[in-house]
Design a protein around this ligand. Structure first.
Ligand code: DGP
Length: 113
């Protein structure tokens, strides 16, 4: 995907300093953090939305959740964290490359506004 900003980050075209990398995905700091710790987990393969994943593709999401739970100490998530996928316009998805927000570092309320 030539015009995808996250593909450019994954491909090294846009410099970033991943806090974690593996064959399936990378984790970077969000450029506009909404919490003291705000990371983005980016699958290396381009899926604009969840709907583009088939069942095999979606197995990466299970590995992603397990990986995040194994990085609690490294990423400073020991007091808890929230994982968010914004899917589509109503959720405010602004980058059409599937990603998981990892939010932590403060107590969070849970509202929709
Ligand atoms: P979403 O609304 O779920 O599509 O969130 C996209 C997030 O991506 C948003 O929190 C800002 C972040 N973001 C957008 N462009 C860049 C970038 O070039 N670098 C980084 N690190 N984050 C970005």
């Amino acid at each position: 995907m030539n015009d995808c900003i996250f593909c450019k980050i994954i491909g090294g075209e846009i410099p970033a300093k991943p806090v974690y990398e593996c064959e399936d995905f990378i984790i970077i700091n969000d450029v506009n953090p909404i919490a003291p710790k705000h990371y983005l987990l980016l699958p290396r393969n381009h899926y604009a939305t969840l709907a583009e994943m088939n069942g095999t593709d979606a197995e990466i999401l299970g590995r992603a959740l397990k990986t995040v739970s194994g990085l609690q100490k490294e990423l400073g998530l020991e007091n808890g964290y929230r994982l968010v996928i914004n899917q589509g316009a109503d959720a405010g998805q602004s980058v059409l490359h599937l990603h998981i927000h990892i939010l932590a570092g403060t107590e969070m309320s849970f509202t929709v506004d």
